[in-house]
Design a protein around this ligand. Sequence first.
Ligand SMILES: Cc1cc2nc3c(=O)[nH]c(=O)nc-3n(C[C@H](O)[C@H](O)[C@H](O)COP(=O)(O)O)c2cc1C
Length: 463
Amino acid sequence: MVLSTQRAAQASREWFEDIGHYVHQHPAQFAFNIVTRSRRVTHDNLRVRDPEFVAATERWFAGDEQAAPPMFQPFRLGSLQLRNRVIVSAMDMYRAADGLPGDFHLVHLGSKALGGAGLVMTEMVCVSPEGRITPGCTGIYTPEQEAAWARVVDFVHAESDAKIGMQLGHSGRKGSTKLMWEGIDEPLPEGGWDVVGPSPIPCSPANAVPRELGTAELADIREEFVGAARAAARAGFDVLELHCAHGYLLSSFVSPLANTRSDRYGGDLDARLRFPLEVFDAVRTAWPAERPMTVRISATDWHEGGIDVEDAVTIARAFAEHGAAGIDVSTGQVVAAERPAYGRSYQTPFADRIRNEVGREVGVAVIAVGAISSWDDVNSILLAGRADLCALGRPHLYDPHWTLHAAAEQGYPGPAAPWPKPFAAGRRRPQTGRTDGPRPRLDLVRKGTSGTRHLRRRPGGGV
Ligand SMILES: Cc1cc2nc3c(=O)[nH]c(=O)nc-3n(C[C@H](O)[C@H](O)[C@H](O)COP(=O)(O)O)c2cc1C
């Protein structure tokens, strides 16, 4: 209780210290932002305290008299229209053989597309066999893999209004490791491969020392990204995300804790960004101009001497200026000795800072992710202008129909979260027996809002 009060007080104090980042906001949004600054007061409990204030803010947000909840407002990502603001975050399933996605991926991603989110992201799809993290990771470096991905995309497009994006990456010094449930980031005892990186610094004392990449090899890897992007375009993906987070190859170039090179790819942040930006530029040219690209970044290394939020602003601005339509703001997983401050929506302050400093200037969308476990938090983040979109990972593993259920619980019947026709008969929660357009029970809302299920665990499968 004391800790929780201290956390709220700290969030509130930091908000006032950073007030300069918010003065550009419209008065309606600024007012909602200030009232919810400690994150203890949320969209839904504020609606109970002052329904007219929240309704007026929602009308401003929607630009419409009949405002839907903020998460059900459509969003334009570059030139791509998303039906709502919920994204299924990239999640590695470790279920591929030789990089080939199979029925598991079709069922997993297909069911998420039927679950109501506006955008469904694949796991990190690898650009080469050596670029895989584990033997179970998918790739897009063979014609068979491209065809298997096209099958997934075709299903999503045929059976839902969801858009589907591919996350593209190379494992770098975190490759040749075990499946998640056999030991995250632990090196393979046999059958592994040589790992590569910007410098010969392993990601943990237990992992292999990576071979420092020469400039010719960097050019080869850049071309692997280009080939993979072309294949993803042919497979029909709507969005391409470059994985530049979590200590994988591109991220390891950005972090001074992994990159100590003395050539043009090492040194200050501009130099460390050079290779990731070269890859981004080459991929952006190969990827169809009308389809958006996003970039996932680690906005802090959670470690002394590593990337911090000031660097994150620079990194986000650089990718935005090179043509990224969205920045997906994650953190950490770069060094094993990190000290993350986990908690409810714990990465959102980084998204907030980037959105309010860079997003507005260069017009890039900002995606918040990480322990956002309730629809009330999603609505609060969006309405306060802390992010433009919210990505949720584990909540979608718990409930593939997370967005449809969020709509039902809020009594939202509208077009931004349509039930698939074959499922329509099940769109009411059977045990409630209510027929009057359900309003959420506040005790359930509070439980959902606390997100306690997710507080103490490392987010993600290390990808
Ligand atoms: C099983 C699992 C696999 C993951 N794989 C990836 C991945 O392939 N790429 C990535 O960027 N993040 C990956 N993540 C991280 C998620 O995208 C997300 O950032 C993280 O889980 C925090 O969000 P959440 O609290 O909503 O789960 C993974 C997470 C989980 C749980």
